[in-house]
Design a protein around this ligand. Structure first.
Ligand code: AVJ
Length: 327
């Protein structure tokens, strides 16, 4: 079916806005004032590789801090998971995190990683089946911010959710509530949710984590322009843009921007965009929460905080939420 359709199309045609969500978002974001792009578009193959490098930077504490919590508190977390539950991971990212949890919780019957990339899912599932032979590993290829169906095999099991990495920090607070409501609907009555949330802390530590000395975060940010060049026929000169990241104290978030070093014109997907000198594309928000702030956000979505753990430095929190009885 795909073949016949492909023949009718010229080869090497650039994707049009209506065909690719990336193209559509690029045109929309670059046409807006101020210009912006969604942080989800960072993660092509090169962006994923750069993010992986970020997690190993001395200044980037979130990954290390969260793994410290999961390692040190794995037993306490496992004790609060329902017996024989299916663990649903929203956006299967780091295998180090899930493996720590699975190893501490032999009472889990199934693991359901949910991710857009079906290819990544299958490769990882095969490795997990080998290392946890008693566990049913049942990947679902879906966008976890939208409603999706759980595999038939886990419908009768109690559910636990796992959403590590402070990925929730990329959502605007209202969208974070919407995500938590969707997770509640998918996991259902009696569910628990284990979620990693970065904490508000001194601005110096936060600013350093997003302005590393080696320039990896800058390369990660600039890769968004390189990706538009590769996939959308963009004409960005990467040396004409600067990485800027700073903690916005009022809004409790790190903001990342790409700042035009000069007045210039760039074309993307055949459309032209003008930049003033100093004009920026807002590329990411990474919200930080206080212990109480996140608990109250979760309550708005029907979740109660049963437990909160942090690393020794108090930089990062892992929380266990349960659904309110009247949900
Ligand atoms: C993957 C969204 C948690 O916000 O810290 C890292 C992404 N951006 N450095 C974060 C990111 C710049 C990261 N999250």
């Amino acid at each position: 079916m795909k073949r016949a359709a492909a023949k009718l199309r010229p080869l090497l045609k650039k994707p049009q806005a209506e065909e690719s969500p990336f193209a559509a978002d690029a045109i929309k974001g670059l046409s807006a004032k101020p210009k912006y792009m969604s942080a989800k578009h960072f993660y092509d193959a090169e962006g994923s590789r750069l993010f992986d490098a970020i997690t190993r930077l001395p200044e980037y504490y979130p990954t290390r801090s969260e793994i410290e919590v999961l390692r040190d508190k794995a037993g306490e977390i496992a004790d609060l998971l329902p017996e024989g539950a299916a663990l649903v991971e929203f956006g299967s990212g780091s295998t180090a995190k899930i493996r720590t949890l699975l190893a501490a919780a032999p009472k889990l019957a199934a693991y359901v990683p949910v991710d857009i990339s079906a290819q990544y899912l299958e490769a990882e599932a095969a490795r997990l089946r080998r290392d946890f032979p008693k566990l049913a590993v049942l990947p679902v290829a879906a966008d976890f911010t939208k409603p999706f169906e759980l595999p038939a095999k886990v419908r009768a099991l109690p559910r636990a959710g796992f959403f590590p990495g402070s990925t929730i920090g990329n959502f605007e607070p209202l969208a974070a509530v919407a995500f938590l409501r969707n997770a509640a609907r998918i996991l259902g009555r009696g569910a628990v949710l284990v979620i990693g949330v970065d904490l508000v802390k001194d601005a110096r530590t936060l600013n350093a984590a997003y302005n590393d000395a080696a320039g990896v975060t800058a390369a990660f940010n600039l890769n968004l322009l390189a990706r538009m060049n590769r996939e959308l026929g963009g004409t960005f000169d990467l040396s004409a843009f600067a990485h800027r990241a700073f903690y916005n104290r009022e809004r409790q978030r790190i903001e990342m921007h790409l700042v035009s070093r000069k007045r210039q014109k760039v074309s993307v997907n055949g459309a032209a965009f003008e930049f003033e000198r100093g004009e920026a594309i807002h590329t990411e928000n990474s919200y930080k929460y206080t212990p109480e702030g996140f608990a109250s956000l979760a309550r708005q979505a029907g979740w109660l905080e049963r437990a909160l753990w942090t690393d020794a430095a108090g930089y990062f929190s892992v929380r266990l939420l349960t659904l309110k009885r009247d949900f």
